[in-house]
Every structure is written in C-alpha cells, then in structure tokens.
Design a protein around this ligand. Structure first.
Ligand SMILES: NC(=O)c1ccc[n+]([C@@H]2O[C@H](COP(=O)([O-])OP(=O)(O)OC[C@H]3O[C@@H](n4cnc5c(N)ncnc54)[C@H](OP(=O)(O)O)[C@@H]3O)[C@@H](O)[C@H]2O)c1
Length: 346
C-alpha cells in the first residue's frame, strides 16, 4: 500500500472501510481471470461486508462484469442496507435450510464465512449443526464452483513461539467450537474429494479492525483498569484488509483435494509487550494477572507470504491506528475476541 494511505488519518468509518476493502493489483489480476459471479455466504458478520466490497472493487478495476451476492439471514436488518451500499446484492437466506439454499443464485465462486462460536457452551448442538450441516448444504448447491471456506487457527492444538503450527501439522482441536470447526473443514474436504469441488480452507488467526480485534480488546481493558490476563501469553494478528486479501487470493489455489492456507501476521506477539505498548500510547499502565503459559494458539503463515507476499499493514501501524481511533471515540463493535480463552469453552 502507498505511503499516502499509511499516513492518512483514519478518522471516519468511510476512510477505514475504504482502506480495508482496497483491492491489490494482484487480486485485480486474479479476479479478471476467474470469471463468473460470486456468492459470499454469511456476509453479515465482522468481515463479510468488507470482503464483498473488495470483490466489487476488484471486478470494477479489472473491467470484468460479475455480480457479488451477499447471503445472510441479516439478523441485524441494517446490515442488508450496508451490504447493498457496497455494490453487493443482498440475498436473505438461512443457510441451515436446504430448501432455501437450493434457491440461491448460481455463482462460479463462493466464499464461505458463516459460522458459530460464541454461545457454544449453552447450545453445542446448534454450533455443530451450523458448522457442519451448512457447509454440506453449500457443497451440494455449488459442486462445480470454486469455494474458499473460512476456518480458524483453533483447529490446531497449542504450539510454542518459534514452533507455530503449519498446514502440515495434524489438527488437535480443543472443545466443541474448535472440533466443529474441524468438522466444517472435513465436510468441505469430503466434497472436494467426492464431487471434485475445488476448495481452499483458510485457517485464520485474529483479524484486526479498529472496531474489534485483540488490540481493541486490550485497549478497552487497559482504559477500564481491568486485569490483562497473561495466561494466553502470545498471539498472532493480521490487519483485516490483509486477511481478506489473502483469503480472496486463495481462489488461485483452490484444488481437489482441498488446499489449506494459514492466514495471520508475520510475527508472534507477546501479549505483555503489546499491552505495554498500548498502555504507553494511552498514558495508562496496564494491570497484569496470571503467568505466561509457554504455549498458545499460534500459526505460521509462511506459505501465504511465499504465495502472495507479506501483509501490507504492519503491526506497529495497527497499534497506532487502533489507539488513535479509540482515543477519538471511534466506534467499537463490542464483540470481544475472547483470545484469552484456553479451554475451548465459548
Ligand atoms: N474475525 C476473525 O478474526 C476470525 C478469526 C478466525 C476465524 N474466523 C472465521 O471467519 C469467518 C468470518 O469471520 P467473521 O468474524 O465475519 O464471522 P462472524 O462475525 O461470526 O459472521 C458470520 C456471519 O454468518 C452469518 N450466519 C450465521 N449463521 C447463518 C445462517 N444459518 N444462515 C446465513 N448466515 C448465517 C451471520 O450473520 P446473520 O446473523 O445476519 O445471518 C454472522 O454474522 C467465520 O466463519 C469465523 O469463524 C474469523
């Protein structure tokens, strides 16, 4: 990304969304060659609208015709309007309902984003249904499409800094959410094998927007004088725009059997150091609790860097931007990541 962008103050959501959804030249080239329409299923969450907007902008820049459909229940009806404002065509659908899924518009390219994490402890059955039956519905509806499916780095067990999990490691998920997320992957991989559907599975670790993410969580804790729990002593983060860009570039590596791609930032970050830096910028001393455990959910994203280059927005800038955004009263989604959770309980 050019310097003018890096120096631009991020004072409005319009500026923020514009930067997050700006497509790279590499993505524009890829989209030009894909052809066909796109269905973004589960668009109405924290990442989907930015992803849909990036696709619309990439198609426009490539001079290629194509519709981007944004499929969700639109539990928050305002999200339907916001989706449409980006040039995405909203389609209201409960993806658990096979009859409704059958009626979804054709699309040669599908991004799968639906999922359930929070609330799993009180209704694990629903989490399993959403994370496994919905992928099956989508694979049956779109057997000949390319599918990029979001997953999570939580499908791995814990690893140590310096020995972060790679795509070659055997998954070892902890708790119903992570296990059902592996179930989601297995369903996509099954259809990739049996129907020849070309799939790429994206194991993402913590997208960071200014309105949510690990940095925003820490800012809010430090500002409220709450204890920053160090038990989960290290994390991986990536700028939301970079996470979306890598995921869309994965349309270039969809395959049967399914390919797997870790998506996260370049460094493993110490939560203590991150909190201290945020505290310095806020002028407040963080209060720490607990001891750093030697292991955490950590992924090595070297494969994505080799394929698509390094992230455009570095960690230092994410910290500066998020602190400035919060200080000036920038909106929070009030959706904490719960990155401190280590027992798989959500
Ligand atoms: N954000 C991260 O840092 C992160 C990290 C690791 C993995 N991931 C994974 O990446 C994906 C996208 O992330 P996200 O943060 O945007 O997720 P999110 O905020 O949970 O959004 C997913 C959206 O899917 C929609 N959905 C759920 N069930 C549905 C159903 N039955 N039918 C139709 N739509 C349904 C929901 O919107 P409606 O209620 O309107 O339908 C929901 O807001 C998720 O699968 C998530 O698990 C994200």
């Amino acid at each position: 990304m050019k310097n003018d962008v890096l120096e631009k103050p991020l004072s409005t959501e319009k500026d923020l969304d514009e930067i997050i959804s700006r497509p790279s030249e590499q993505l524009v080239e890829l989209v030009a060659g894909l052809g066909g329409d796109f269905a973004v299923t589960g668009i109405a969450g924290k990442m989907g609208v930015n992803l849909g907007a990036m696709l619309v902008r990439a198609l426009k820049k490539a001079g290629v015709k194509g519709t981007v459909y944004g499929v969700s229940r639109f539990s928050d009806p305002a999200m339907m309007e916001i989706t449409a404002e980006c040039g995405v065509t909203p389609v209201k659908c409960d993806l658990l309902d096979c009859g409704s899924v059958e009626k979804l518009p054709d699309a040669g390219n599908v991004v799968f984003m639906a999922g359930r994490k929070f609330g799993t402890d009180s209704d694990p059955e629903l989490t399993w249904a959403l994370n496994t039956i919905v992928p099956s519905n989508i694979c049956r509806r779109y057997p000949s499409s390319r599918i990029v499916a979001y997953s999570t780095g939580c499908v791995y067990g814990f690893s140590r800094p310096g020995f972060e999990s790679t795509e070659l490691d055997i998954p070892s998920p902890i708790g119903d959410y992570a296990q059902s997320a592996l179930g989601r992957e297995r369903i996509f991989a099954h259809y990739a094998k049996t129907s020849g559907t070309k799939v790429s599975l994206i194991r993402l670790n913590y997208a960071n927007d200014l309105r949510y993410g690990v940095i925003r969580d820490l800012i809010e804790k430090i500002e409220r004088g709450e204890v920053v729990d160090l038990n989960n002593g290290n994390v991986n983060l990536i700028w939301q725009g970079d996470a979306i860009r890598y995921s869309l570039l994965a349309f270039g590596i969809v395959s049967s059997p399914a390919s797997i791609l870790n998506v996260t930032g370049t460094e493993t970050v110490s939560v203590r150091c991150l909190a201290e830096e945020i505290g310095r910028l806020l002028g407040r001393k963080p209060v720490f609790g607990g001891d750093e455990s030697p292991e955490a959910y950590l992924s090595n994203a070297a494969k994505s860097f080799g394929l698509f280059g390094y992230p455009e927005i570095p960690l230092e800038l994410m910290i500066k931007w998020t602190v400035a955004w919060s200080k000036s009263g920038g909106r929070s989604l009030n959706k904490p990541t719960h990155f401190q959770t280590r027992n798989g309980s959500y």
